[in-house]
Design a protein around this ligand. Sequence first.
Ligand code: IMP
Ligand code: MG
Length: 184
Amino acid sequence: MRTVHDDVKKVLLTREQIDERVAELGAQISKDYAGKEIVMICLLSGAAWFATDLSRAIENDMRMDFMVASSYGNGTTTSGNVKVSLDVRTDIVNKHVLLVDDIIDTGTTFKAISDMLSSRGVASIKTVALCDKKERRTAEIEADYVGFVIPDEFVVGFGLDYAGNYRNLPYIGVLKPEVYARAH
Ligand code: IMP
Ligand code: MG
């Protein structure tokens, strides 16, 4: 019987590697924010898998909230190019905000959301991304915490999708070329 795993050409990051790195990031963040409450803001949908795992690796007081944003336009980096369709409901004034995304590619989305949240009277804002395609960056942003720097290759799994699918893969991998030829 066919499973979702059959569409994967290679595994780039195993579940074990991801779990280990999430534990390290959680320990680092717990230390950096010692004594402070964190408001973790997860960018839906992609970051949900990573953010919930990361939250369990952080030992501080924490609130968790979610945002849905999508970028459009030509890659310029103003907040005007990002559409927020679900905003946070938590009061972030004077809070320490930790913004979590699945992957930074050009950085457009992350930069716009980070700038938007910064302008709301937060005490601090830092960013976390599970994966970072450094070579592709056009926006002026570096995440404060990065899980893995990965090559410029399209990846799926652990929240990352291709046309809405493959988010449930418990690892990060590259799809077989024939998957892209097939209509979903
Ligand atoms: P950016 O604004 O160009 O940094 O785009 C970031 C968004 O693009 C991520 O949140 C993902 O939704 C998507 N993305 C970029 N690269 C990949 C990939 O390799 N696989 C799946 N989604 C990706
Ligand atoms: Mg996405």
